[in-house]
Design a protein around this ligand. Structure first.
Ligand code: FUB
Length: 306
């Protein structure tokens, strides 16, 4: 089936939604989001939300099936999530502030339905080492069944997940950010105070299409644009491929993307400050349909301007 789809942006207009992570399950397109509070002056976010659509035009609000209070060890900053399905269970990965370490940590909740209810799977963080780097987890289950989790700001970390999806197989590794791989010098080689236009910043989205792997991410510091790197392997080496969504036209100094095919169409999800009263701390999910170039690279994608 091929559904022509043109979402009206922002796609959710009843509250501020951020950091979209799409997932397709059983003929339905889900988006997992954060939630900026009205009048916020920082990312003091308390809950995650879920929306779904069967036609990319009409959206169902499934409310907030997961919030900070569902993690006994967390107390703030319900930042960029992603939910993936495996063996009939739905694993909801989130970054939040840890009361245990004082840094950001990665948590994972599990549910039997894509819209919850979800429960903290471990009663403890999946990863918590006291660092503020631990944000924006992205998870992909590869064709051979091996699942990977990437995350981080300003470093990029990754680990293999066991089949249970709630424990690591082996150690956490750091991705080497070379100019060839990510468009800017390694963090330790950067000159203090110098802004590198193409540097990886945060919000990775890890995926495979055909035999190519993609890391798509917010880049450039503040304000952020979206760039990407590609590899023949799920763990690199990565090749910097350039921008997907350049600066401008979003009214938000952050951007954060998720990419998904649905019913024969490809969709690029991101956020803007374009809902009335919105801005950098009042963001809203938007979606652009796009077509990959024949070689699997991305075209430039511009945000909806009006
Ligand atoms: O929404 C809070 C933070 O802003 C996310 O973790 C980042 O990716 C940026 O969008």
């Amino acid at each position: 089936m091929s559904l022509a789809a043109s979402a009206q942006n922002p796609v959710i207009q009843t509250c501020y939604t951020t950091d979209p992570a799409p997932m397709v399950h059983d003929g339905t397109f889900y988006i997992y989001t954060g939630h900026d509070e009205d009048g916020a002056d920082f990312f003091w976010m308390q809950e995650w939300r879920v929306y779904s659509s069967k036609d990319m035009v009409n959206w169902t609000d499934h409310g907030s099936p997961l919030a900070i209070e569902d993690f006994a060890w967390g107390d703030d900053r319900a930042w960029a999530p992603q939910c993936v399905e495996r063996n009939g269970k739905f694993y909801f990965y989130v970054p939040l502030h840890s009361k245990l370490s004082g840094g950001m940590a990665i948590g994972v909740a599990v549910g039997d339905s894509p819209v919850g209810p979800f429960k903290d799977a471990l009663g403890a963080p999946l990863f918590d080492n006291g660092s503020w780097d631990n944000i924006d987890p992205t998870v992909y289950v590869d064709d051979d069944g091996q699942a990977y989790i990437y995350w981080g700001n300003p470093e990029i970390y990754y680990a293999k997940l066991n089949e249970d999806m709630i424990s690591f197989d082996g150690e956490v590794r750091k991705v080497e950010q070379t100019i060839e791989g990510f468009g800017a010098p390694a963090i330790k080689e950067r000159k203090k105070g110098e802004k590198y236009k193409d540097m990886y910043t945060e919000g990775p989205w890890f995926m495979r299409r055909g035999d190519k792997y993609y890391l798509i991410y917010a880049a450039g510091g503040v304000p952020e644009h979206i760039s990407y790197s590609m590899s023949d392997s799920p763990v690199g080496p990565w090749k910097y491929m350039g921008e997907i969504m350049p600066l401008g036209g979003t009214d938000s100094f952050t951007n954060h993307c998720g990419v998904m095919d649905f019913n024969g169409h490809s969709y690029f999800c991101y956020h803007t400050g374009k809902l009335p009263g919105g801005g950098g701390f009042g963001r809203s999910v938007a979606i652009e349909e796009f077509k990959y170039n024949p070689d699997g690279t991305f075209p430039l994608i511009r945000p909806t301007e009006e």
